[in-house]
Design a protein around this ligand. Structure first.
Ligand code: COA
Length: 362
Protein backbone atom coordinates (compact mmCIF):
# COMPACT_ATOMS: atom_id res chain seq x y z
CA UNK A 1 0.00 0.00 0.00
CA UNK A 2 1.29 3.45 -0.82
CA UNK A 3 0.29 6.61 1.08
CA UNK A 4 -2.59 7.35 -1.31
CA UNK A 5 -4.04 3.90 -0.77
CA UNK A 6 -3.61 4.19 2.99
CA UNK A 7 -5.58 7.46 3.00
CA UNK A 8 -8.35 5.90 0.90
CA UNK A 9 -8.52 2.85 3.21
CA UNK A 10 -8.74 5.15 6.24
CA UNK A 11 -11.64 7.06 4.66
CA UNK A 12 -13.42 3.77 3.93
CA UNK A 13 -12.86 2.59 7.47
CA UNK A 14 -14.44 5.85 8.67
CA UNK A 15 -17.77 4.80 7.06
CA UNK A 16 -17.53 1.37 8.72
CA UNK A 17 -16.82 3.06 12.05
CA UNK A 18 -20.03 5.13 11.69
CA UNK A 19 -21.93 1.81 11.31
CA UNK A 20 -20.26 0.41 14.45
CA UNK A 21 -21.11 3.61 16.34
CA UNK A 22 -24.78 3.36 15.42
CA UNK A 23 -24.97 -0.36 16.38
CA UNK A 24 -23.32 0.42 19.70
CA UNK A 25 -25.81 3.24 20.30
CA UNK A 26 -28.68 0.80 19.70
CA UNK A 27 -27.02 -1.71 22.03
CA UNK A 28 -26.58 0.88 24.82
CA UNK A 29 -30.24 1.96 24.46
CA UNK A 30 -31.40 -1.68 24.64
CA UNK A 31 -29.23 -2.29 27.71
CA UNK A 32 -30.85 0.68 29.39
CA UNK A 33 -34.27 -0.62 28.38
CA UNK A 34 -33.42 -4.07 29.80
CA UNK A 35 -32.38 -2.43 33.10
CA UNK A 36 -35.70 -0.56 33.24
CA UNK A 37 -37.68 -3.74 32.43
CA UNK A 38 -35.80 -5.67 35.12
CA UNK A 39 -36.59 -2.95 37.68
CA UNK A 40 -40.29 -2.95 36.83
CA UNK A 41 -40.40 -6.79 36.89
CA UNK A 42 -38.91 -6.71 40.41
CA UNK A 43 -41.50 -4.12 41.47
CA UNK A 44 -44.38 -6.20 40.08
CA UNK A 45 -42.92 -9.31 41.71
CA UNK A 46 -42.90 -7.77 45.18
CA UNK A 47 -46.42 -6.41 44.53
CA UNK A 48 -47.60 -9.96 43.73
CA UNK A 49 -45.89 -11.36 46.83
CA UNK A 50 -47.31 -8.68 49.10
CA UNK A 51 -50.91 -9.20 47.91
CA UNK A 52 -50.52 -12.98 48.08
CA UNK A 53 -49.31 -12.73 51.69
CA UNK A 54 -52.44 -10.71 52.51
CA UNK A 55 -54.66 -13.42 50.94
CA UNK A 56 -52.86 -16.36 52.61
CA UNK A 57 -52.90 -14.47 55.96
CA UNK A 58 -56.68 -14.01 55.64
CA UNK A 59 -57.14 -17.72 54.79
CA UNK A 60 -55.11 -18.72 57.85
CA UNK A 61 -57.16 -16.46 60.11
CA UNK A 62 -60.40 -17.97 58.72
CA UNK A 63 -59.03 -21.48 59.39
CA UNK A 64 -58.18 -20.49 62.98
CA UNK A 65 -61.71 -19.15 63.47
CA UNK A 66 -62.96 -22.61 62.50
CA UNK A 67 -64.55 -21.64 59.15
CA UNK A 68 -64.94 -24.90 57.16
CA UNK A 69 -62.71 -25.29 54.12
CA UNK A 70 -64.90 -25.66 51.02
CA UNK A 71 -63.91 -26.49 47.45
CA UNK A 72 -63.35 -22.81 46.56
CA UNK A 73 -60.74 -22.45 49.32
CA UNK A 74 -58.98 -25.68 48.29
CA UNK A 75 -58.79 -24.46 44.67
CA UNK A 76 -57.56 -21.06 45.80
CA UNK A 77 -54.80 -22.68 47.90
CA UNK A 78 -53.70 -24.75 44.91
CA UNK A 79 -53.67 -21.64 42.71
CA UNK A 80 -51.58 -19.76 45.30
CA UNK A 81 -49.07 -22.64 45.34
CA UNK A 82 -48.88 -22.59 41.53
CA UNK A 83 -48.41 -18.81 41.50
CA UNK A 84 -45.63 -19.08 44.11
CA UNK A 85 -43.77 -21.58 41.91
CA UNK A 86 -44.19 -19.38 38.84
CA UNK A 87 -42.97 -16.30 40.75
CA UNK A 88 -39.90 -18.31 41.78
CA UNK A 89 -39.23 -19.05 38.10
CA UNK A 90 -39.79 -15.43 37.07
CA UNK A 91 -37.40 -14.31 39.80
CA UNK A 92 -34.80 -16.71 38.39
CA UNK A 93 -34.79 -14.73 35.12
CA UNK A 94 -33.86 -11.51 36.96
CA UNK A 95 -30.45 -10.47 38.29
CA UNK A 96 -30.04 -11.04 42.03
CA UNK A 97 -27.80 -9.53 44.70
CA UNK A 98 -24.92 -11.78 45.79
CA UNK A 99 -25.19 -13.36 49.25
CA UNK A 100 -22.89 -11.95 51.96
CA UNK A 101 -20.55 -14.98 51.60
CA UNK A 102 -20.19 -14.41 47.84
CA UNK A 103 -19.71 -10.66 48.35
CA UNK A 104 -16.85 -11.38 50.78
CA UNK A 105 -15.20 -13.93 48.47
CA UNK A 106 -15.90 -12.57 44.98
CA UNK A 107 -16.74 -8.93 45.66
CA UNK A 108 -19.69 -7.35 43.94
CA UNK A 109 -19.39 -9.21 40.65
CA UNK A 110 -22.66 -10.34 39.08
CA UNK A 111 -23.05 -14.14 39.15
CA UNK A 112 -26.69 -14.28 38.01
CA UNK A 113 -27.24 -16.66 35.10
CA UNK A 114 -30.39 -15.47 33.37
CA UNK A 115 -30.84 -18.24 30.82
CA UNK A 116 -32.27 -21.57 31.99
CA UNK A 117 -30.09 -23.62 29.63
CA UNK A 118 -26.94 -21.96 30.96
CA UNK A 119 -28.21 -22.64 34.50
CA UNK A 120 -28.69 -26.26 33.56
CA UNK A 121 -25.13 -26.42 32.20
CA UNK A 122 -23.74 -24.83 35.37
CA UNK A 123 -25.57 -27.34 37.59
CA UNK A 124 -24.44 -30.21 35.37
CA UNK A 125 -20.84 -29.00 35.64
CA UNK A 126 -21.17 -28.77 39.44
CA UNK A 127 -22.31 -32.42 39.61
CA UNK A 128 -19.44 -33.52 37.32
CA UNK A 129 -16.94 -31.57 39.42
CA UNK A 130 -18.11 -33.45 42.54
CA UNK A 131 -17.82 -36.74 40.69
CA UNK A 132 -14.25 -36.16 39.46
CA UNK A 133 -13.08 -35.04 42.89
CA UNK A 134 -14.75 -38.10 44.48
CA UNK A 135 -12.86 -40.42 42.14
CA UNK A 136 -9.56 -38.72 43.06
CA UNK A 137 -10.42 -38.87 46.79
CA UNK A 138 -11.31 -42.57 46.46
CA UNK A 139 -7.97 -43.41 44.83
CA UNK A 140 -6.02 -41.41 47.44
CA UNK A 141 -7.98 -42.99 50.33
CA UNK A 142 -7.30 -46.52 49.05
CA UNK A 143 -3.58 -45.70 48.58
CA UNK A 144 -3.49 -44.37 52.14
CA UNK A 145 -5.01 -47.61 53.42
CA UNK A 146 -2.01 -49.54 52.09
CA UNK A 147 0.80 -46.99 52.36
CA UNK A 148 1.68 -45.21 55.60
CA UNK A 149 3.28 -42.07 54.15
CA UNK A 150 2.50 -38.72 55.84
CA UNK A 151 2.75 -36.50 52.70
CA UNK A 152 0.17 -38.75 50.96
CA UNK A 153 -2.20 -38.31 53.92
CA UNK A 154 -1.68 -34.55 53.83
CA UNK A 155 -2.35 -34.42 50.07
CA UNK A 156 -5.73 -36.12 50.59
CA UNK A 157 -6.69 -33.92 53.56
CA UNK A 158 -5.61 -30.74 51.77
CA UNK A 159 -7.61 -31.82 48.73
CA UNK A 160 -10.66 -32.20 51.00
CA UNK A 161 -10.21 -28.66 52.43
CA UNK A 162 -10.04 -27.22 48.91
CA UNK A 163 -12.90 -29.39 47.62
CA UNK A 164 -15.39 -28.50 50.36
CA UNK A 165 -14.40 -24.83 50.24
CA UNK A 166 -15.00 -24.79 46.45
CA UNK A 167 -18.34 -26.55 46.93
CA UNK A 168 -19.54 -23.83 49.31
CA UNK A 169 -18.78 -21.18 46.67
CA UNK A 170 -20.40 -23.10 43.81
CA UNK A 171 -23.47 -23.87 45.94
CA UNK A 172 -23.82 -20.20 46.89
CA UNK A 173 -23.79 -19.35 43.16
CA UNK A 174 -26.42 -22.06 42.53
CA UNK A 175 -28.54 -20.62 45.35
CA UNK A 176 -28.34 -17.08 43.90
CA UNK A 177 -29.57 -18.63 40.66
CA UNK A 178 -32.70 -20.12 42.18
CA UNK A 179 -31.58 -23.60 43.30
CA UNK A 180 -33.78 -25.10 46.03
CA UNK A 181 -30.80 -26.71 47.76
CA UNK A 182 -31.52 -26.94 51.49
CA UNK A 183 -29.54 -24.76 53.88
CA UNK A 184 -28.28 -27.84 55.75
CA UNK A 185 -26.42 -29.32 52.75
CA UNK A 186 -24.60 -26.02 52.33
CA UNK A 187 -23.87 -25.78 56.06
CA UNK A 188 -22.74 -29.44 55.91
CA UNK A 189 -20.06 -28.44 53.39
CA UNK A 190 -18.97 -25.44 55.52
CA UNK A 191 -18.59 -27.77 58.54
CA UNK A 192 -16.77 -30.35 56.39
CA UNK A 193 -14.26 -27.64 55.38
CA UNK A 194 -13.58 -26.93 59.07
CA UNK A 195 -13.34 -30.69 59.82
CA UNK A 196 -10.77 -31.15 57.03
CA UNK A 197 -8.88 -28.04 58.27
CA UNK A 198 -8.66 -29.49 61.79
CA UNK A 199 -7.55 -32.88 60.41
CA UNK A 200 -4.77 -31.08 58.54
CA UNK A 201 -3.27 -29.75 61.77
CA UNK A 202 -3.81 -32.91 63.84
CA UNK A 203 -0.21 -33.87 64.77
CA UNK A 204 1.11 -37.30 63.85
CA UNK A 205 0.70 -39.10 67.20
CA UNK A 206 -0.68 -42.40 68.51
CA UNK A 207 -4.39 -41.33 68.41
CA UNK A 208 -3.96 -40.34 64.73
CA UNK A 209 -2.34 -43.66 63.89
CA UNK A 210 -5.27 -45.43 65.56
CA UNK A 211 -7.86 -43.29 63.76
CA UNK A 212 -6.20 -43.09 60.31
CA UNK A 213 -7.59 -46.36 58.90
CA UNK A 214 -11.18 -45.65 59.97
CA UNK A 215 -10.97 -42.21 58.35
CA UNK A 216 -9.58 -43.57 55.06
CA UNK A 217 -12.35 -46.22 54.93
CA UNK A 218 -14.88 -43.46 55.51
CA UNK A 219 -13.52 -41.33 52.64
CA UNK A 220 -13.53 -44.36 50.33
CA UNK A 221 -17.10 -45.17 51.34
CA UNK A 222 -18.51 -41.64 50.85
CA UNK A 223 -16.73 -41.39 47.48
CA UNK A 224 -18.71 -44.42 46.31
CA UNK A 225 -21.93 -42.94 47.75
CA UNK A 226 -21.07 -39.69 45.94
CA UNK A 227 -20.93 -41.62 42.66
CA UNK A 228 -24.44 -42.96 43.38
CA UNK A 229 -25.67 -39.47 44.23
CA UNK A 230 -24.22 -38.26 40.93
CA UNK A 231 -26.19 -40.91 39.02
CA UNK A 232 -29.37 -39.90 40.84
CA UNK A 233 -28.91 -36.10 40.57
CA UNK A 234 -27.96 -36.11 36.89
CA UNK A 235 -30.92 -38.42 36.22
CA UNK A 236 -33.25 -35.90 37.89
CA UNK A 237 -31.68 -33.02 36.00
CA UNK A 238 -31.90 -34.62 32.53
CA UNK A 239 -35.43 -35.93 33.10
CA UNK A 240 -36.67 -32.53 34.27
CA UNK A 241 -35.12 -30.95 31.22
CA UNK A 242 -36.71 -33.58 28.98
CA UNK A 243 -40.06 -32.96 30.66
CA UNK A 244 -39.81 -29.30 29.80
CA UNK A 245 -38.73 -29.91 26.21
CA UNK A 246 -41.18 -29.17 23.41
CA UNK A 247 -42.44 -32.17 21.45
CA UNK A 248 -41.37 -34.41 24.31
CA UNK A 249 -42.86 -37.85 23.87
CA UNK A 250 -40.61 -40.06 25.98
CA UNK A 251 -41.34 -39.03 29.55
CA UNK A 252 -44.38 -38.07 31.60
CA UNK A 253 -44.57 -36.55 35.06
CA UNK A 254 -45.87 -39.87 36.47
CA UNK A 255 -42.94 -41.69 34.82
CA UNK A 256 -40.55 -39.18 36.34
CA UNK A 257 -42.12 -39.63 39.76
CA UNK A 258 -41.80 -43.42 39.77
CA UNK A 259 -38.22 -43.17 38.41
CA UNK A 260 -37.34 -40.77 41.27
CA UNK A 261 -38.61 -43.21 43.92
CA UNK A 262 -36.76 -46.11 42.31
CA UNK A 263 -33.55 -44.03 42.33
CA UNK A 264 -34.08 -43.02 45.95
CA UNK A 265 -34.82 -46.54 47.21
CA UNK A 266 -31.47 -47.60 45.73
CA UNK A 267 -29.56 -44.60 47.13
CA UNK A 268 -31.09 -44.18 50.60
CA UNK A 269 -29.71 -47.35 52.27
CA UNK A 270 -26.19 -46.25 51.28
CA UNK A 271 -26.81 -42.72 52.59
CA UNK A 272 -28.03 -44.09 55.92
CA UNK A 273 -24.95 -46.36 55.95
CA UNK A 274 -22.82 -43.18 55.65
CA UNK A 275 -24.64 -41.53 58.56
CA UNK A 276 -24.13 -44.60 60.76
CA UNK A 277 -20.45 -44.46 59.79
CA UNK A 278 -20.35 -40.79 60.90
CA UNK A 279 -21.85 -41.76 64.26
CA UNK A 280 -19.30 -44.56 64.63
CA UNK A 281 -16.48 -42.05 63.89
CA UNK A 282 -17.88 -39.62 66.49
CA UNK A 283 -17.89 -42.47 69.04
CA UNK A 284 -14.36 -43.64 68.10
CA UNK A 285 -13.02 -40.08 68.43
CA UNK A 286 -14.80 -39.64 71.76
CA UNK A 287 -13.06 -42.78 73.04
CA UNK A 288 -9.73 -41.56 71.65
CA UNK A 289 -10.12 -38.21 73.40
CA UNK A 290 -9.30 -40.05 76.68
CA UNK A 291 -5.98 -41.23 75.26
CA UNK A 292 -3.04 -39.62 77.16
CA UNK A 293 -1.55 -38.31 73.90
CA UNK A 294 -4.85 -36.90 72.57
CA UNK A 295 -4.68 -33.25 71.48
CA UNK A 296 -7.59 -30.74 71.37
CA UNK A 297 -8.44 -31.76 67.78
CA UNK A 298 -9.87 -35.14 68.89
CA UNK A 299 -12.87 -34.02 71.03
CA UNK A 300 -13.68 -31.16 68.61
CA UNK A 301 -13.76 -33.56 65.67
CA UNK A 302 -15.92 -35.99 67.68
CA UNK A 303 -18.46 -33.22 68.32
CA UNK A 304 -18.42 -32.14 64.66
CA UNK A 305 -19.02 -35.67 63.34
CA UNK A 306 -21.93 -35.97 65.77
CA UNK A 307 -23.37 -32.67 64.46
CA UNK A 308 -22.93 -33.90 60.85
CA UNK A 309 -24.66 -37.18 61.67
CA UNK A 310 -27.61 -35.50 63.44
CA UNK A 311 -28.07 -32.79 60.78
CA UNK A 312 -27.93 -35.33 57.93
CA UNK A 313 -30.41 -37.67 59.62
CA UNK A 314 -32.85 -34.88 60.39
CA UNK A 315 -32.63 -33.33 56.90
CA UNK A 316 -32.93 -36.58 54.99
CA UNK A 317 -35.96 -37.68 57.05
CA UNK A 318 -37.70 -34.33 56.56
CA UNK A 319 -36.88 -34.42 52.79
CA UNK A 320 -38.44 -37.88 52.54
CA UNK A 321 -41.49 -36.76 54.49
CA UNK A 322 -41.92 -33.79 52.13
CA UNK A 323 -41.55 -36.02 49.10
CA UNK A 324 -44.40 -38.26 50.27
CA UNK A 325 -46.76 -35.29 50.64
CA UNK A 326 -49.41 -34.90 47.98
CA UNK A 327 -48.19 -31.60 46.51
CA UNK A 328 -44.95 -33.12 45.19
CA UNK A 329 -46.20 -34.11 41.74
CA UNK A 330 -47.63 -30.64 41.28
CA UNK A 331 -44.32 -29.04 42.27
CA UNK A 332 -42.35 -31.09 39.73
CA UNK A 333 -45.03 -30.43 37.11
CA UNK A 334 -44.56 -26.69 37.67
CA UNK A 335 -40.77 -27.00 37.47
CA UNK A 336 -41.13 -28.84 34.17
CA UNK A 337 -43.51 -26.17 32.87
CA UNK A 338 -41.01 -23.52 33.93
CA UNK A 339 -38.32 -25.30 31.91
CA UNK A 340 -40.64 -25.34 28.94
CA UNK A 341 -41.53 -21.65 29.28
CA UNK A 342 -37.90 -20.65 29.45
CA UNK A 343 -37.08 -22.87 26.46
CA UNK A 344 -39.75 -21.04 24.54
CA UNK A 345 -38.38 -17.70 25.65
CA UNK A 346 -34.96 -18.74 24.36
CA UNK A 347 -36.49 -19.76 21.05
CA UNK A 348 -38.33 -16.45 20.82
CA UNK A 349 -35.08 -14.66 21.60
CA UNK A 350 -33.51 -16.43 18.65
CA UNK A 351 -36.40 -15.04 16.59
CA UNK A 352 -37.86 -18.41 15.73
CA UNK A 353 -41.56 -18.57 15.08
CA UNK A 354 -43.16 -20.42 18.02
CA UNK A 355 -45.28 -23.44 17.13
CA UNK A 356 -48.26 -24.64 19.07
CA UNK A 357 -47.07 -25.74 22.51
CA UNK A 358 -47.78 -29.37 23.23
CA UNK A 359 -49.65 -29.90 26.47
CA UNK A 360 -48.31 -33.23 27.74
CA UNK A 361 -47.25 -32.21 31.27
CA UNK A 362 -50.03 -29.67 31.89
N1 COA B 1 -25.95 -31.38 47.75
C1 COA B 1 -26.18 -30.47 46.80
N2 COA B 1 -27.40 -30.19 46.27
C2 COA B 1 -28.44 -30.89 46.74
C3 COA B 1 -28.28 -31.89 47.73
C4 COA B 1 -26.96 -32.12 48.24
N3 COA B 1 -26.71 -33.03 49.18
N4 COA B 1 -29.49 -32.42 48.00
C5 COA B 1 -30.38 -31.80 47.21
N5 COA B 1 -29.75 -30.87 46.43
C6 COA B 1 -30.37 -29.95 45.48
C7 COA B 1 -31.07 -30.66 44.32
O1 COA B 1 -30.17 -30.92 43.25
C8 COA B 1 -32.13 -29.65 43.95
O2 COA B 1 -31.48 -28.60 43.23
P1 COA B 1 -32.26 -27.63 42.15
O3 COA B 1 -33.29 -26.85 42.94
O4 COA B 1 -31.16 -26.76 41.62
O5 COA B 1 -32.83 -28.53 41.11
C9 COA B 1 -32.54 -29.06 45.30
O6 COA B 1 -31.42 -29.27 46.16
C10 COA B 1 -33.78 -29.68 45.88
O7 COA B 1 -33.59 -31.06 46.03
P2 COA B 1 -34.71 -32.01 46.69
O8 COA B 1 -35.84 -32.13 45.73
O9 COA B 1 -34.98 -31.57 48.09
O10 COA B 1 -33.95 -33.40 46.79
P3 COA B 1 -33.38 -34.36 45.66
O11 COA B 1 -34.45 -35.33 45.27
O12 COA B 1 -32.69 -33.63 44.56
O13 COA B 1 -32.23 -35.14 46.50
C11 COA B 1 -31.38 -36.60 48.21
C12 COA B 1 -32.60 -35.83 47.67
C13 COA B 1 -31.74 -37.19 49.54
C14 COA B 1 -30.97 -37.69 47.24
C15 COA B 1 -30.18 -35.59 48.36
O14 COA B 1 -30.59 -34.54 49.20
C16 COA B 1 -28.94 -36.25 48.91
O15 COA B 1 -28.24 -36.96 48.21
N6 COA B 1 -28.64 -36.01 50.20
C17 COA B 1 -27.56 -36.65 50.89
C18 COA B 1 -26.29 -35.85 50.93
C19 COA B 1 -25.32 -36.46 51.91
O16 COA B 1 -25.72 -36.87 52.98
N7 COA B 1 -24.04 -36.53 51.61
C20 COA B 1 -23.09 -37.09 52.52
C21 COA B 1 -23.02 -38.60 52.43
S1 COA B 1 -22.28 -39.34 53.83
Amino acid sequence: MDVEECLKEWEDLGTDYKRLESINKDYAAKLEEVGELQASCLKELSHQRYRMSVITGALKRLEKKGVTKDERVATLEKEVMKRKAMLHEIEATLPKQNSLYLRIILGNVNVSILNKNDKFKYKDEYEKFKLILSVIAFVLAVLNLYIDFRPLQLILIFLLVWYYCTLTIRESILKVNGSRIKGWWRLHHFISTVVAGILLIWPQNVPWSEFRHTFMWFIAYISVVQYMQFRYQSGVLYRLKALGARHNMDITIEGFHSWMWRGLSYLLPFLFGGYVFQLYIAYTLYQLSYHPEATWQVPYLAAMFLVLHSGNMYTILSTMQKKTQSGLELRYRLRAIAYRLSNELTILEQKWRPNKTEQKTD
